[in-house]
Design a protein around this ligand. Structure first.
Ligand SMILES: [Zn+2]
Length: 374
């Protein structure tokens, strides 16, 4: 009996709350409007209006009128040249009226012109270059790009925006989706894809001695991964190079980039993330381009390792060196001798393992040689 009384009291309290709230409301409906201030002519834009109570909305823009009874209104409109006002009227059931006008600035539609160069095989780097009209961007805000779903820094040179990507190392033929977005308030986007072929070639079996293989322990892997992660912490956002990339040593290519390999018969298959170039121990290794050394050290698997940050998301890595001539933090110029070929770490003979990473992803180093951009 007592419980029922308590429930009734609670019910009455809950039932009366909306009435109390209504009594406190202002006379006229309160409105919240979400609309862009800059709109592209002939493109659609979205307007959302909500009210503090059910109302009859009348939205007027150019020669369109939308009328709807609800507490919220969502409309897609097409922007008109020369039309600056969008008017919303909201009338509640007692006839209380609120009118609000939104000022819009129509601008010519944005038509980015973009080209993608490079990237037809897995691991091939590519460059996405985009040109906008300068005055439109001032009104619409900076564009953004997503490569394979990942937000990627857009670099700028004059009126051209560009970004670097890599066709991923997949054995099947596939495409890389690229999405360009712009518009500060009302996001618009365009999609492209980079198609790439399948990864060719058989799985190579590497004949490594037990002694050499014993270097590959989980601890060694973690140690190297942590060092590389630390080196990634302070990379230059802007490209530091002006000239084409160069081959760090002259030698005989022994194991191409992206070859699939096993370290033991029946073992797991991994991809070769760099280009191996065989050369005698002591052969000078040159910096592939201008940059800053971000990591130097002797490591159990990668051996004598140097990482150079070239800025713009591009880094080069040099493994198995017998000697390193640079220190972390040092600025190097294209062609500077940074170390010497060796066979340290997980290696079967003197060679340079050279990697070119783009936003951390392995790309085909040879695709950079003699080019300023892929
Ligand atoms: Zn290698």
């Amino acid at each position: 009996m007592k419980r029922r009384a308590a429930q009734t009291t609670l019910f009455l309290l809950v039932a009366c709350l909306p009435l109390l709230a209504l009594a406190n409301n202002p006379q006229t409906p309160q409105l919240w409007v979400e609309a862009p201030t800059v709109v592209e002519i002939d493109r659609t834009f979205h307007v959302r209006v909500s009210a503090d109570r059910p109302v009859t909305f009348t939205l007027t823009y150019a020669d369109w009128t939308v009328e709807q009874v609800d507490q919220a209104l969502d409309v897609q409109l097409s922007a008109r040249a020369g039309v600056r006002d969008l008017t919303i009227e909201a009338v509640d059931r007692n006839g209380a009226t609120t009118t609000q006008t939104v000022a819009l600035t129509p601008v010519p539609p944005v038509e980015p012109r973009w080209v993608i160069t490079g990237g037809s095989r897995p691991g091939d780097p590519f460059t996405v270059s985009v040109r906008f009209e300068r005055d439109q961007l001032a009104a619409l805000g900076s564009p953004e790009i997503l490569i394979d779903g990942r937000p990627t820094p857009l670099l700028q040179e004059g009126e051209i925006f560009y970004a670097f990507g890599v066709a991923p190392l997949r054995t099947e033929a596939d495409t890389v989706p690229i999405e360009l977005r712009w518009g500060r308030e009302s996001v618009r986007s365009e999609q492209r894809t980079v198609a790439h072929g399948p990864l060719a070639g058989d799985v190579q079996l590497l004949q490594l001695s037990g002694e050499v293989l014993s270097a590959v322990t989980p601890e060694a892997r973690e140690l190297e991964a942590a060092a590389l992660a630390r080196a990634r912490a302070n990379l230059a956002p802007q490209p530091q190079w002006q000239e084409p990339f160069l081959l760090p040593i002259e030698g005989r290519g022994t194991s191409g980039f992206a070859r699939s390999r096993r370290y033991a018969p029946g073992g797991p298959v991994s991809f070769h993330m760099g280009e191996d170039i065989a050369a005698p121990t002591g052969t000078p290794i040159r910096a592939t381009n201008d940059g800053v050394v971000v990591l130097v050290g002797q490591y159990p698997i990668k051996g004598g390792l140097t990482v150079i940050d070239h800025g713009g998301g591009v880094t080069s890595r040099y493994y198995h060196q017998s000697r390193m001539n640079v220190t972390a933090g040092q600025t190097v110029r294209r062609g500077d001798v940074i170390g010497e070929v060796g066979s340290t770490g997980l290696s079967t003979g003197p060679h340079l393992h050279w990697e070119m990473r783009v936003h951390g992803l392995a790309s085909n180093p040879l695709a950079w040689v003699n080019r300023k951009r892929p």
